[in-house]
Design a protein around this ligand. Structure first.
Ligand SMILES: Cc1ncc(COP(=O)(O)O)c(C=O)c1O
Length: 366
């Protein structure tokens, strides 16, 4: 009987296929090639397809020379590591944090210190204590609808983080790919708004248009951006102008605001379905309750470790990701990330029901 049920994947934080604006991008691709011709087929400045860089600069309200486009925001993190880190350098991240960033930091030999994350952002007392021991080169933080926890940093904590960065003299690497996917409530200021010279602010079109566009952008201090642009040039000469040209034409036509509204209409009921299903099937479980983004996280009951739940869940065709990889220095044994955007409300309800049944199986076997 089990073999017949469809699998449900609470694994990767990918956009829903139905969110991708395929037909509009076909039009934009035609227009981009017809208009820019060799301009998007040739090499060019490593800072990105110039008209798109100018468009993003205006959209963000920063000078174009403070902006670097690259093939995805993960690539930008790699450039920041190459420019700023030497083996043994200390980097702070939230704990948990985005696992791929941890991989990059470790690849560069960084000593990663995790600052425990609370539902309203990093634990400030823990941050202060960690600063008494080590001043990091960088604090990598995801203040809006954090991956993997779903937490959003409060304005008060953002201000305090900026004060501490000023006091101790470290850079903030603000990764904000989910910021515009706010389904309710009002946005907090970015760290870049609060401290533009201390912050490298990053975002990406992966969650707003499509991962295949592979365009991320970083805004920061002009001199540092120029150094990162040199690394970009030495890495790939210039980024993917064809994709940037298509995205530019699509943005220039004014498609972004409508797409963001479309995403909110699609994802907001999925967030609500996930929260309601947790309340119904896992009452009392410790869960984040985000107002946007892609992720809810739960802390499983004490006698249900994520690794055991994950293994048992396969019996019910429920695929879960391990929580441990998100934690820079241990912990996370009961942490479970639930990416809800690529599942329908019905699949979410079914998935959480299967999760609750799996937890009961594991607790019974314990
Ligand atoms: C916090 C965070 N940063 C960076 C990325 C990578 O984005 P990109 O596709 O722009 O490289 C992701 C993707 O999931 C993410 O969640």
């Amino acid at each position: 009987m089990m073999a017949e049920i469809a699998p449900i994947n609470f694994t990767r934080g990918v956009p829903a296929d139905e969110s991708l604006p395929v037909d509009e991008l076909i039009e934009a691709a035609r227009e981009a090639l017809a208009t820019h011709r060799s301009g998007i087929l040739q090499y060019g400045p490593s800072t990105g397809f110039p008209p798109f860089r100018d468009w993003i600069a205006e959209w963000l309200g920063v000078a174009p020379n403070r902006l670097l486009l690259a093939n995805g925001s993960l690539q930008l993190i790699e450039f920041v590591c190459l420019e700023l880190l030497s083996p043994g350098d200390v980097v702070f991240t939230e704990s948990p944090t985005y696992d791929r960033t941890l991989t990059l930091l470790r690849r560069h030999g960084a000593k990663v210190v995790g600052i425990p994350l609370e539902p309203d952002g990093p634990d400030i007392a823990a941050l202060e204590l960690a600063l008494e021991r080590n001043v990091p080169k960088l604090f990598y933080t995801i203040p809006d609808f954090q991956n993997p926890a779903g937490a959003t940093c409060s304005a008060t904590k953002r201000r305090r983080i900026v004060e501490l960065a000023d006091k101790y003299g470290f850079l903030l690497l603000e990764d904000a790919p989910y910021r515009l996917l706010r389904y309710r409530g009002t946005p907090e200021p970015t760290l870049f708004d609060l401290a533009p010279e201390r912050t490298l602010h990053m975002s990406s079109f992966t969650k707003l248009i499509a991962p295949g566009i592979r365009t991320g952008f970083l805004a920061g201090n002009e001199a540092l951006v120029a150094r990162l642009a040199k690394i970009a040039e030495d890495t790939y000469i210039s980024p993917g102008y064809l994709a940037e040209g298509v995205a530019y034409e699509w943005c220039r036509r004014g498609s972004l605001p409508g797409q963001i509204e479309k995403l909110k209409r699609l994802y907001s009921p999925r967030l609500d379905a996930c929260l309601a299903a947790i309340d119904r099937h896992l009452p009392g479980v410790d869960a984040t309750r985000p107002d946007g983004g892609f992720f809810i996280s739960v802390i499983l009951p004490p006698d249900a470790m994520t690794t055991a739940v994950r293994t048992a869940a396969r019996e019910r065709k429920l695929n879960l990701a391990d929580g441990l990889a998100f934690f820079p220095d241990g912990g996370g044994e009961r942490f479970l990330r639930l990416p809800f955007c690529a599942l329908t409300p019905e699949e979410i309800e079914d998935g959480i029901q299967r999760l609750a049944a799996t937890i009961a199986d594991v607790r019974e076997a314990a």
